[in-house]
Design a protein around this ligand. Structure first.
Ligand code: ACM
Length: 539
């Protein structure tokens, strides 16, 4: 907190005799100042918005109704009495807003996305005081995000979740000002997107005959139950539209050349060997991958053409991680490509594969993202790198002038344990308590200022090998999502874990009212206390 603001708060505290609490908003706004008094609302509210501000005001009116039971109307003329004013200001930063709450009215100023985030802050303040009446503390906020890319991922291949749940997921993202939903749609264990030109993807690749019980690779027990499903193109359009209304871009991921066993089960001619193949029933990395043959490139281009019709996102994610090279080494077809293209080895071949797909994606006016393995053999010219095996890939890519999204597994893999694994539901492994997420800074100290410009932001990943249903997704998400939100939104210099943790309980109380299965905070506090003696984290 800046010293002047702190001083102002102390003065107000002294004058009013009140104990000053930080405004209970997550992620912490850039600048906030509490004023004297409150804004109180009865059973109805007046809203004022014009032009492009109207959809946000309409959305806010709907939230007032559904969460607080307040009847709200949006007027195009400024109401006389107490009201919410949504004012467009084209000179504001795209996602920034200014919010002023006074006893006689509430004003939010910004461009549409900023107005939306201002409205989210208002709703958080109201929810934090949720009693019989709708009350907001008088306050002044000026806010804008630290990073333009604030992402959350969901793996819908290993397990699938209903569209209704995906919409809740998007609502939570929007509440905490996240703006990129990375939708992992295909993997070895199931293909989840309808592609009209290839019906066997829905008929065959979307199904597995059974699922491992317990942990891979030790367990040898299977449940004997077929598992599967896919999202129709109509459902995907519905999710994309729902996200857009909440200023969230949906980035589809279609995995290649690895993590493709389900697709090979449907179309074995895309492999280097004859097959037959089966959609995977256990977790891990598999040797059967797409073969770099012309018919494979044709298939992937046709698939991506349908994908790009469904997803307006500028970014298309092509995976690129954990590609096993065994089959390529043994394949005359793959070796012929190495000779024809003058490539050094199979790493070079992977790079050739990815560059070729990038050319296709660029030819459609879109841009490609891949996991950090796409650095091996040389990066495609315009590729954006998602750094997951730590930060090294991201640092190397930024130094080469490429854009980067940080998703280091040690800080941002929400499939890792949150506490003592003997007391937690089965998870993939790792250990990622709340304060460790919070301690993450996406801008590595190793980079120069100009290189740091390439860090677009960060994202948490929710892989679902060990997350079989929506309730378990919720458990793995909360409260860690709050920490992620603050990592990507709030200025690094004025956020601390101590201040953050005080703002968490009202968020959890709101989730509780909404029936969300979050992990209790007490468990984290106990854990932190136990670790305290050797904890040198300054937060
Ligand atoms: C990954 O976690 N394999 C990107």
């Amino acid at each position: 907190m800046r010293r002047g603001v702190l001083l102002a708060l102390c003065v107000i505290g002294a004058v009013s005799g009140a104990v000053i609490q930080p405004l209970p908003i997550v992620p912490r706004p850039m600048v906030m100042r509490q004023l004297n008094g409150n804004f109180l609302l009865g059973p109805s509210a007046a809203l004022y918005a014009e032009g492009d501000a109207r959809p946000v005001a309409q959305w806010f009116a709907e939230q007032l109704r559904s969460e607080f039971g307040i009847a709200a109307e949006v007027a195009a003329q400024s109401p006389r009495g107490k009201a919410f004013h949504f004012l467009l200001d084209e000179s504001s930063p795209e996602e920034g807003y200014r919010l002023r709450i006074e006893p006689r009215g509430v004003t939010i100023v910004g461009r549409p996305a900023g107005l939306f985030y201002g409205a989210q802050s208002v709703l958080q303040l109201a929810a934090a005081r949720s009693g019989a009446t709708f009350v907001l503390p008088a306050a002044e906020i000026q806010d804008q995000p630290r990073f333009p890319y604030r992402g959350l991922h969901l793996d819908t291949s290993r397990h699938m979740f209903p569209v209704k749940f995906l919409k809740r997921y998007l609502d939570w993202m929007a509440r905490y000002k996240l703006n990129r939903f990375h939708w992992h749609l295909t993997d070895d264990q199931g293909w989840r997107i309808e592609i009209k030109q290839y019906p066997r993807l829905a008929e065959v690749a979307s199904m597995r005959k059974e699922t491992l019980v317990g942990h891979a690779p030790q367990s040898t027990r299977y449940d004997g139950k077929p598992y599967g499903g896919f999202y129709t193109q109509e459902q995907i359009r519905e999710v994309v539209a729902y996200a857009r209304e909440r200023f969230i871009t949906v980035i589809p991921e279609i995995e290649m050349p690895g993590h493709s066993l389900a697709a090979l089960a449907a179309y074995p001619e895309l492999a280097c060997t004859a097959g037959p193949f089966e959609t995977a029933t256990t977790w891990g990395v598999f040797k059967d991958v797409y073969c770099p043959k012309e018919n494979t490139f044709q298939f992937l281009e046709n698939v991506l053409t349908e994908v790009m019709e469904l997803f307006p996102s500028s970014y298309i994610h092509i995976g690129g991680d954990e590609v096993q090279k065994d089959r390529w080494k043994e394949s005359p077809a793959a070796q012929a490509v190495i000779r024809r293209e003058g490539l050094k080895d199979e790493s070079d071949l992977q790079s050739y594969f990815i560059r070729r797909m990038e050319r296709f994606i660029n030819s459609k006016g879109r841009r490609m993202i891949g996991w950090d393995e796409i650095l091996e053999g040389g990066l495609a010219p315009d590729a954006t790198v998602m750094s997951w095996r730590g930060e090294d890939g991201g640092i190397a890519a930024a130094r080469q002038g490429h854009d980067v999204i940080m998703t280091p597994d040690a800080y941002l893999y929400f499939d890792h344990y949150q506490g003592d694994r003997n007391q937690e539901p089965l998870a993939i492994g790792g250990m990622l308590p709340l304060d460790k997420v919070y301690s993450y800074n996406p801008a590595p100290a190793a980079l120069r200022a100009d290189e740091k410009q390439h860090i677009l932001g960060a994202q948490a990943n929710v892989w679902t090998e060990y997350i079989a249903d929506s309730r378990q997704v919720e458990y793995m998400l909360f409260p860690r999502l709050f920490a992620l939100a603050e990592v990507v939104w709030s200025p690094q210099e004025n956020r601390t874990y101590r201040d953050f943790i005080n703002r968490v309980p009202p968020q959890l109380a709101r989730l509780k009212r909404q029936g969300v299965n979050y992990r209790a905070l007490d468990a984290f506090k106990a854990q932190r206390a136990r670790r305290a003696p050797k904890n040198n984290d300054k937060n």
